[in-house]
Design a protein around this ligand. Structure first.
Ligand code: MN
Length: 228
């Protein structure tokens, strides 16, 4: 029995392992903006991965902070791909840059450089090891994310996460809700208010695929894709 077809572009081995361990039939996507409709026709769900910064002009920013490092090929593919997937209500799990792409695709904006624009003592850019805990996040009760992380949360609302980002959500996209925040108030997770499964996290759950701390996020995507 094969699992649901989950599309992923720009994936490193941790993303692929996390998806396969959760039961996905992984489809690695070539970044062809012309093929988006045909691509989505054969998918049951979508994973948006981490990577470079979104070009600030794409969310209406007049200038670009010197630390901003963009990838125009990814922007040109992932923004229309995400908008088309949202229109279809395709289940989406979005990670790090993926969460930022999701927010911009749906009409939100980003903080371009946390250290200079939101200085805080919370470490958001702990590079190695990739599964090192950087800070805790507080999960919104009643959210899809809280349901997915129920085993870890117990009676509490906090969970420890890794963190490798210098950007974050500034203005939240319409129709989305914040479902996790760091101790300094930085948005660490969002989800769509009405779509069946559209979850974004600012941390990197894929780096825990061996030990399973966040495998429930990938299983949530696979379950939603299967129900669809
Ligand atoms: Mn963080």
């Amino acid at each position: 029995m094969t699992g649901p077809a989950i599309g992923v572009a720009f994936a490193n081995p941790d993303y692929l392992s996390a998806l396969r361990r959760a039961g996905a039939d992984v489809h690695e996507l070539l970044p062809d903006p012309e093929a988006i409709t045909a691509t989505l026709d054969r998918l049951d769900g979508l994973l948006l991965t981490g990577g470079a910064d979104v070009r600030p002009a794409l969310y209406g920013a007049a200038s670009s902070h010197p630390t901003v490092d963009v990838d125009d090929q990814r922007d040109a593919y992932e923004l229309p791909l995400t908008r088309a997937a949202l229109e279809r209500g395709l289940p989406i799990l979005a990670i790090c840059r993926g969460l930022q792409v999701l927010n911009v695709a749906a009409g939100g904006t980003l903080i371009q450089d946390l250290p200079s624009e939101r200085p805080s003592r919370v470490v958001h850019n702990l590079e190695v090891p990739k599964d090192a805990i950087a800070h805790r996040v507080t999960i919104a009760p009643g959210s899809t994310l809280a349901t997915l992380l129920a085993d870890q949360l117990g009676q509490g609302h906090d969970v420890d996460v890794n963190s490798r980002h210098h950007q974050a959500i500034d203005t939240l996209a319409p129709a989305f809700v914040v479902t996790a925040t760091a101790p300094d108030g930085i948005i660490e997770a969002i989800e769509h208010a009405t779509l069946p499964f559209c979850v974004g996290v600012q941390w990197h759950p894929e780096n825990f695929w061996r030990t399973g701390e966040f495998s429930s996020l990938f299983r949530g995507l696979i379950d939603a894709a299967t129900r669809r």
